[in-house]
Write a protein that binds this ligand. Structure first.
Ligand SMILES: Nc1nc2c(ncn2[C@@H]2O[C@H](COP(=O)(O)OP(=O)(O)O)[C@@H](O)[C@H]2O)c(=O)[nH]1
Ligand SMILES: [Mg+2]
Length: 306
């Protein structure tokens, strides 16, 4: 399956929701204010946010009137082009990550968003691109979390640094960075716990992890990537706000796009925060993580072909 088809399949729920709505909208001959409102509401229903919906509504209206178009596909193509142009600056070339000697990447985010799974998938991606990889099991709160990362390490043949349950997460992070530097490992991916029950502790913990990494090398961590679960919708927006108070965020990965009709959340996040989308998760398998491609995303979301 080509990459575009993966976006198409992965965004299937979101695009079928939108496509059904478009069908109804395009069945009306005249575009009056009711139709425009229906269009705006449809976009909002994908969790793209009010600002993006208003912008797209304007585009929709002008394409339809200025170009006097009757062909739905043509209008959707123009909308997709516009969307892709807006999103282009949030693309990041994942294959360039880790070109510096030993890059340390901290993976953060709340419980259950897909941190550990994403680390496994990133490990597979980097290994497939001939990079050496080490995982750091710094979510030391649950034995299962350490085991889960070990399973991924074995699967993708990555090294792993781990310690016993309840040991100090910062110490595991430190050892991982030290191992990467000493052995000239290209990429170290550090898993974290992200339990939001006690925000003060969480903040202290991330600060400690980041500080000890700087002790190994002041350029560490090279990246701190926040993982967002697309199924949580607008909650993802507040998570970016909350975590940016805790630590600097260098990029985002949005997971579980395959499980939601709310894939428009990426539009809302890009509009609101000036952060690159490092990759998107569209399934549970190791091959279900892809670098973010603005054009593919826009076309797939609107139910178009490549
Ligand atoms: N459908 C789907 N499930 C995912 C994706 N990413 C992660 N998951 C699932 O989400 C659940 C939580 O993932 P996990 O990595 O343990 O989250 P963590 O607590 O943040 O480390 C697991 O069942 C994963 O298989 C994705 O892109 N699509
Ligand atoms: Mg985990």
């Amino acid at each position: 399956m080509g990459i575009f088809d993966k976006f198409k399949t992965g965004l299937g729920k979101s695009s079928s929701n939108l496509t059904d709505g478009f069908k109804n909208i395009f069945s009306k001959k005249k575009i009056d204010s009711d139709i425009l409102e229906e269009f705006e509401e449809l976009i909002i229903s994908s969790d793209a946010g009010v600002d993006v919906a208003k912008e797209l509504k304007k585009d929709f209206e002008s394409f339809k009137i200025d170009k006097n178009l009757d062909d739905h596909k043509e209008i959707l193509k123009l909308l997709a082009d516009k969307m892709a142009i807006n999103l282009l600056k949030y693309e990041k070339d994942l294959s360039l990550m880790g070109n510096a000697n030993s890059s340390v990447i901290v993976i953060s985010g709340v419980n259950g968003v897909g941190k550990t799974t994403t680390i496994g998938k990133l490990g597979k991606y980097f290994k497939d691109n001939n990079r050496s990889v080490v995982f750091g099991a710094a979510d030391t709160f649950r034995a299962a979390a350490i085991d889960q990362l070990q399973v991924w390490a074995t699967k993708v043949k990555a090294d792993i640094i781990k310690s016993e349950i309840n040991s100090d997460p910062a110490s595991v992070a430190y050892k991982t960075a030290e191992f990467a530097k000493k052995n000239q490992i290209d990429i170290a991916l550090i898993d974290t716990a992200g339990r939001l029950q006690n925000k003060k502790n969480l903040m202290e913990e991330y600060k400690k992890i980041i500080n000890v990494l700087k002790k190994v090398d002041e350029k560490f961590p090279n990246e701190v990537i926040l993982i967002l679960d697309a199924t949580t919708g607008q909650n993802a927006v507040s998570q970016v706000e909350e975590f940016s108070k805790i630590h600097n965020i260098t990029g985002l990965i949005v997971t579980k796009l395959d499980s939601t009709a709310k894939g428009g959340i990426i539009l809302a996040i890009c509009k609101k925060f000036n952060l690159p989308i490092i990759a998107v998760g569209m399934g549970e398998k190791d091959s279900d993580l892809h670098p973010f491609k603005a054009e593919y995303f826009a076309k797939a979301l609107l139910g178009l072909e490549a």
